[in-house]
Design a binder for this molecule. Structure first.
Ligand SMILES: [Zn+2]
Length: 233
């Protein structure tokens, strides 16, 4: 029925007019064929280069038993970079597919470089997850899982304390703020396993190191870390 097709495309055009799809990085209108990021922002994408981090001391604060074997990040940003908008968008915007989209990009870059048994997203406190409607780290983990074919396990660790944001805290305050916020639920499942632990942003690593410390109680656990973004000064 041709008239029906015309009606639908008219409806789509009207929806685009009323709710234009915008680039999550620069905010310009997306054209047909573009999804979430415009072509120009994808072209200039500041992919994280492992050489940038070697020697920057991220793992120095991690205890020996939970020191990661590797670290992967999709991109880096600083306070002047428009790409920091992505970090915000993954957490708060209504574009539900953005975390999965970026997680998939990250997973594709990790292909052939990692041999993990499972992916563990850093959990949010249940109350916060309910308020936000989702856990952004879980979305990223699902994107990585799609790219690498590694399962996401969400039943091994929970966040039992809804700590205040780490933003603006001094290193020692950050460490104390994330003490005892996680609890292990399924130690037998991860004993002897290599885990890919995923967070949205890793700054000083205080939160993720607190998470690894709890996972380490399961015994004989190996780690690799992955995040979407690493802020650089
Ligand atoms: Zn853009």
């Amino acid at each position: 029925m041709p008239h029906r097709g015309i009606g639908l495309s008219f409806l789509n055009a009207l929806i685009e007019l009323l709710y234009p799809r915008l680039c999550c990085v620069c905010g310009t209108g997306l054209t047909r064929g573009e999804n979430l990021l415009c072509t120009s922002c994808l072209y200039d994408f500041p992919f994280f280069d492992a050489a940038l981090i070697s020697g920057d001391g991220l793992f120095s604060s991690f205890e020996e038993k939970c020191r990661p074997e590797g670290f992967h990040s999709l991109f880096y940003y600083n306070k002047y970079s428009k790409y920091k908008n992505l970090v915000h968008a993954v957490k708060y915007r209504s574009q539900k597919e953005l975390g999965i989209f970026l997680g998939k990009m990250l997973g594709e870059r990790m292909r052939g470089k990692i041999q993990a048994d499972a992916i563990i997203p850093v959990p949010l406190h249940a109350a916060r997850e309910k308020k936000r409607g989702f856990n952004q780290s879980q979305r990223i983990a699902c994107g990585i899982s799609e790219a690498l074919g590694i399962e996401v396990w969400e039943d091994v660790i929970v966040r039992v304390k809804d700590n205040i944001s780490q933003t603006g805290l001094e290193p020692e305050e950050r460490r104390r703020n994330v003490e005892n916020i996680f609890e292990l639920r399924n130690p037998a499942k991860i004993n002897g396993k290599h885990l890919l632990v995923v967070d949205d942003v890793i700054t000083t690593g205080a939160t993720v190191s607190s998470c690894l410390k709890v996972l380490a109680d399961a015994g004989n656990v190996r780690y690799t870390l992955a995040c979407l973004a690493r802020p650089l000064a």
